[in-house]
Design a protein around this ligand. Sequence first.
Ligand SMILES: Nc1ncnc2c1ncn2[C@@H]1O[C@H](COP(=O)(O)OP(=O)(O)OP(=O)(O)O)[C@@H](O)[C@H]1O
Ligand SMILES: [Mg+2]
Length: 276
Amino acid sequence: MSSHVTTAPSAKTASSVEHEIILRIEKVCKTFVTNDRTVHALDRVSLDVRRGEFISLVGISGCGKTTLLRIVDGLEDADSGMLSLDGAKLEGISRDMSYVFQDINLLPWRSVLDNVALGLEVRGVPKAERRERAMEVLDMVGLAAVAKSPPYTLSGGMQQRVGVARALAIRPKVLLMDEPFGQLDNFTREALQVEIANLWEKLGTTIMFVTHDVDEAIFLSDRIGLFQPGPGRLTEVLEVDLPRPRTDYDVRAHGRAIELRSYITEHLRGARGPVQ
Ligand SMILES: Nc1ncnc2c1ncn2[C@@H]1O[C@H](COP(=O)(O)OP(=O)(O)OP(=O)(O)O)[C@@H](O)[C@H]1O
Ligand SMILES: [Mg+2]
């Protein structure tokens, strides 16, 4: 690792500020055994997520980021370890969390509005209220005008916004986002980054965000967790001590952003473990 970046980012990890913890992940392990291989996807991953923060997880392909989000959401069970949300043990699928998948899978036979209202329907919210709440979040993501349209008439960027609206409609305590903008072109991606940053500032929702894009992580995050593969481990959590709102200036040109980017890139380069 080059000498000019070794100390700078990690020096900021020790913060004297007391943070309220919303989600506690303690020593989570997960191994997948299939016919031809055994993969240690997560090895004793621990992380305290602060209430209201935007935290990103960055690491090379196969280091367990999605597995961790799926365990947090209850879609997958951990082999060992503990998870708690607001002090209560997390077991099974949590009603207080929502997940924005990379592939958003909107239901083609339902209108945009009814897609957004889906999570509310599952939670037994009465029809009039769920329509009202779905409209409210569609309005927030700038899509109120297409509420009645079928989702396949929307562009990829618009569909991704519907996915975000669907996740926000249930008013989650923690919003989990797994490479939500990965399939979009650069311009649409940048526009959505700004939108999600604005929404996050407005709503104060805690967001756990997975991305391969280092600049995206720096632009959006309060903290960035670095993963290493083989076995998947969370090796470091960096504070992104850049001022907000970051839309006010070119974050990429900020000295601190440059420092963080080269540190994270070095980390990712050095993380080429066994192919998993
Ligand atoms: N259901 C499963 N059965 C077997 N192996 C799995 C399963 N899910 C994940 N894995 C393995 O666990 C490891 C971690 O996978 P995971 O999808 O969490 O990685 P990731 O960090 O999200 O990668 P990417 O950046 O490519 O999305 C990989 O080696 C993957 O092949
Ligand atoms: Mg993944």
